[in-house]
Design a protein around this ligand. Sequence first.
Ligand SMILES: [Mg+2]
Length: 393
Amino acid sequence: MNYTKKQFNNDQPLIFHIDVNSAFLSWTAVKRLQDDPNSVDLRTIPSAIGGDITTRHGIITAKSIPAKKYNIITGESVVSALQKCPNLVLTRSDFSLYKHFSKLFIETLHKYTDNIQQVSIDEAYCNMTGLYEYYRHLETKETPYPMCLAYAIKDDIRINLGFTVNVGISSNKLLAKMASDFQKPDKVHTLFPEEIQEKMWPLPINELHGCGKATAQRLNSIGIHTIKDAALTDQAILRSQLGEKAGDYIYYSANGINNSKVNPQKREAKSYSNELTTSSNITVDTYDTDMPPLLDSLAKSVSNRLKKDEQFASTIGAYVKTNTFKTHSAQTTLSASTNDYKIILDTANALLNKLLLGENGLFIMGEQIRLVGISASNLDDGSFRQMSLFDLI
Ligand SMILES: [Mg+2]
């Protein structure tokens, strides 16, 4: 059956599973290219993440597609990987880098829906049910809904963040997850219930999501080799072999049945901040001349970023770092949220005056300032803004 020829029904459940292709390796490659656009793209050569590069110990945690051709597998020792491919380029793990890109990945998904469940650093489910009216404009003759929406998300991530994802589309989480695991990278696949027999049943049973190695071996030993074999086995037999819970799970999953819901997490509280390091330390004597231009530029950056994202902040903060590397901050909550440059500037200025010039201020304590920043938090999209005096002036 060709799903693409079917009319989409807006009431049917629609789940996307979005999975970054070779996440750690891709993210490392993107960072390297950002730092040096002339460097080699790690994704195009045999390369891997893992181990200690200097001692060449440890294990491989991710590898490029060219490295896969040398039969290098995740979890094998660096020593063994280097035997298979002496030219393998190794890069060390960098979890703060992965976290950074993971955050950008999830933020991009939030442009399309807030009904997102992140399940690992590089994977998330999106519940897209009922959004046809919002996204039908993406539809073309060649790419009907919902594939067009999946392509839009995939291409948005590739173009704006520089790495690729696979999108699996179905009516439940299990099938969407299975679909995103089909051919990689940079692909969109559907696996709707009517496609199970053709696309999922021929796969070996160990490729069924949630079927562990031990379960697969057990099933193999009683002649169950494919997902189809499991789907057509009597449920009672699966239960007697695997126990009630696992037996039921395999039986229902092999038949594409899964009732697990997408559980959206609360979005991480976001804030906008910009900071600048001073060209020379600011003291009580240079404050009046050196601080205003810095503050002006910071207020403009914060205001522009808020406006670009159509956000308003209720809390404005100012912070400084001293020449002894201590950070001090102050913040205040406004009566009405804002993204106005002048209000942000005046508020930050008042906060800094208090922080630095007051009786207990940092200058009295003999401190000098080497960095200054402005933050804006407690955000809203403006729809609940109260009318205030500021709006009437
Ligand atoms: Mg992945």
